[in-house]
Design a protein around this ligand. Structure first.
Ligand SMILES: [Zn+2]
Length: 103
């Protein structure tokens, strides 16, 4: 469904992101169907931590809910919006706190 890509996305590098979730829709003309892969998640190796991974996977999960399940709790914007980003950063904070506690 989503592919995790370890190499860094050029746009993320330009915008100074540590990670980025890129949802997409891709039609496969030879098969006359949509590609089951609906996005890529890029991480920088040096910034890989539980909080950051959780943050990006939340974006991916919310996109799946929006696209396939019409989850009314996930209807925010067509793109990653301010509200979703706020929730993702809250999750990052909680996960980082938890990791610090158990580390
Ligand atoms: Zn985010």
């Amino acid at each position: 469904m989503y592919e995790v890509v370890s190499s860094f996305h050029p746009q993320a590098q330009e915008d100074d992101y540590m990670a980025i979730t890129c949802p997409f829709e891709k039609y496969i003309p030879d098969k006359d169907e949509m590609d089951p892969c609906i996005g890529h998640i890029y991480f920088t190796d040096e910034c890989l931590g539980a909080g950051l991974v959780s943050h990006e996977l939340l974006h991916a999960a919310l996109n799946v809910e929006r696209r396939f399940h019409d989850n009314p709790n996930c209807i925010l914007d067509d793109e990653i919006g301010e509200k979703e980003e706020r929730v993702a950063y809250l999750l990052t904070h909680f996960v980082d706190q938890f990791i610090e506690l158990i580390d």
